[in-house]
Design a protein around this ligand. Structure first.
Ligand SMILES: NC(=O)c1ccc[n+]([C@@H]2O[C@H](COP(=O)([O-])OP(=O)(O)OC[C@H]3O[C@@H](n4cnc5c(N)ncnc54)[C@H](OP(=O)(O)O)[C@@H]3O)[C@@H](O)[C@H]2O)c1
Ligand SMILES: *[C@@H]1O[C@H](CO)[C@@H](O)[C@H](O)[C@H]1NC(C)=O
Length: 287
């Protein structure tokens, strides 16, 4: 056998094990008929989550504020193979809507196997100028609604040995300029669901919790903010979504996507001054 052929075989084996390691025991068939709730599913990563679950033949409830857009996403989910695709318009800034959405999903699907909390309210990408009200509002949308929905869904997930998946960010582990309200909501999520993860494990709960740490993803809302401001590479929303689904299905505690976000988070603790220097100089900012 020639050296080239050997190299190809070695490369294929390496790729095979890399994929194995990446998605331990993921069985796409396990998602057929699974009862899934996805929030923030009218656009961006949430929309891609809905389409992947649809291709896997799941039964999905999707939610966000814009009913017309949700209707289109639900129709596309049907055409992609979803067993059910139902939508409900809701505003996570309201105190009652989060629970209402969980009740709706449990009723329509007869229970829940996966709850993917993914929505975020719009927030400016700019220096903090004292808007406390916006920060309070964003905390309700990006954090308190997650807490309310998780608590409401827990009984159903216990019954089904289900999974709760929290879509968080590298900005939930490491602060960065121009996003003070947003980064606070993500730190809050990491703290709360980190604690809940311990408690469920100590209680031998049937429910798994996954917290997903994402780097920059190429959704329209994110790209509109950072275009021309930074040249940090953006990763595809569809791939981010698939990784989130695999993380939930295999009941892993954490996802880091892209993979190097884990090392960026580490570098901030191990080499704070150099990391701060890099962060502060990675934006085009002229005072
Ligand atoms: N994109 C990135 O670079 C990036 C990086 C790290 C982490 N993440 C995380 O990934 C997740 C998805 O991000 P994305 O970029 O896909 O966001 P996106 O495109 O801005 O989508 C946000 C979703 O939330 C919904 N939403 C907004 N306000 C809402 C409200 N008050 N009530 C209910 N739903 C509301 C939006 O729909 P309506 O407008 O119809 O309500 C939309 O479906 C977020 O948790 C984000 O923090 C993203
Ligand atoms: C875990 O699931 C089993 C059914 O498979 C159920 O009997 C048990 O009550 C569940 N545990 C909790 C804490 O609800």
């Amino acid at each position: 056998m020639g050296t080239f052929k050997k190299a190809v075989i070695v490369a294929l084996c390496a790729a095979f094990f890399a994929v194995k390691w990446y998605s331990p025991g993921f069985d796409a068939e396990s998602l057929r008929g699974a009862r899934v709730l996805v929030t923030g599913a009218s656009t961006g990563i949430g929309e891609q989550l809905a389409y992947h679950y649809a291709r896997f033949g799941a039964q999905i409830v999707i939610t966000a504020r814009r009913e017309k857009v949700l209707q289109q996403v639900a129709e596309k989910c049907q055409s992609l193979g979803a067993q059910k695709a139902i939508y409900i318009a809701a505003d996570m800034a309201s105190v009652s809507d989060p629970e209402k959405v969980v009740d709706f999903a449990v009723e329509k699907l007869g229970g829940l196997d996966y709850v993917i909390l993914n929505h975020i309210g719009p927030s400016p990408f700019s220096m903090w100028e004292g808007d406390v009200e916006h920060t309070r509002w964003l905390m309700q949308v990006n954090f308190f609604s997650y807490v309310e929905m998780a608590w409401k869904a827990l009984a159903s997930l216990e019954q089904s040995k289900g999974s709760l998946v929290i879509v968080s960010s590298l900005l939930g582990k490491m602060a960065s300029p121009f996003v003070a309200p947003y980064t606070s909501t993500k730190f809050a999520l990491n703290g709360f669901f980190g604690a809940l993860h311990h408690e469920l494990a100590m209680k031998n709960s049937n429910v798994s919790i996954s917290v997903c740490t994402l780097g920059l993803i190429d959704t329209e809302s994110a790209m509109n903010k950072v275009r021309g401001v930074t040249n940090v590479p953006a990763y595809p929303a569809a791939e981010a979504a698939l990784n989130i689904i695999i993380t939930g299905a295999t009941r892993q505690t954490d996802l880091f996507y892209p993979w190097f976000t884990q090392y960026v988070a580490l570098s901030k603790d191990w080499f704070p001054s150099i990391t701060n220097y890099i962060i502060q100089n990675s934006y085009n900012y002229n005072p």
